[in-house]
Design a binder for this molecule. Sequence first.
Ligand SMILES: Nc1ncnc2c1ncn2[C@@H]1O[C@H](COP(=O)(O)OP(=O)(O)OP(=O)(O)O)[C@@H](O)[C@H]1O
Ligand SMILES: [Mg+2]
Length: 235
Amino acid sequence: MTPPAFPSLQVDGLSKTFTLHTQNGARLPVLQGMRFSVSPGECLALSGPSGIGKSTVLRLLYGNYGAETGRMILRQDEREIDLAAASPREILRLRKHTIGYVSQFLRVIPRVPTLEIVADTLRNAGFAGDPLPPSKAMLTRLRIPERLWNLAPSTFSGGEQQRVNLARVFVHPFPVLLLDEPTASLDAANRQTVIELIQSAWARGAAVVGIFHDLEVRDAVATRLLDMDQFRAAA
Ligand SMILES: Nc1ncnc2c1ncn2[C@@H]1O[C@H](COP(=O)(O)OP(=O)(O)OP(=O)(O)O)[C@@H](O)[C@H]1O
Ligand SMILES: [Mg+2]
């Protein structure tokens, strides 16, 4: 059997307990024994009430948090990488080429103009050619007015910042996408654009894991739902 060109994700036995060092080392168990898999061409929506650990799962997959137990296997071509055990260097490499993460809010990079933030994704991914035309096209598609392209997004509105965040991820065809409430601050027209971007991502074979509070968006983009209640850690 030929291996898939696009990656799949397989998570098994994933647990996470936070230790609050500033609060007498209090321990806060969040996830226990979580398991799921995502195939190329799928969009898995994590569902469950506020505080259950949805964002935590995406941050674990992106390497922002360390896992307490468990494996997160990224399978691509003939390679298998356990994200739970990957070195920081490997995580950085994956973030450049393989895994795109849209957090709910853009962590603004000081003084870097919007257009450069988007173009940097392509430069980091080794894009052959001038990264500016595709970057401009993605900003236009997400309705960021041209007068803002040379400004750093620190003073932008919440929705503008979210769209810059989306542009810098969707400008590159990341094989894996992690999307945390990508439409939370958007108007109807931009929400529709983001729905189309997500649909075309999984249609081209990306493996997508997302959190979508907006049920209309979730129904439009998710190919499968995962109820997280079953992985709630006992307090
Ligand atoms: N860095 C952290 N340190 C300590 N506790 C944390 C940390 N990150 C998350 N938590 C805790 O883990 C739990 C899950 O948080 P998480 O943000 O994953 O929830 P969520 O399901 O995404 O909620 P929401 O729908 O409100 O975004 C919460 O109780 C939160 O307080
Ligand atoms: Mg969250």
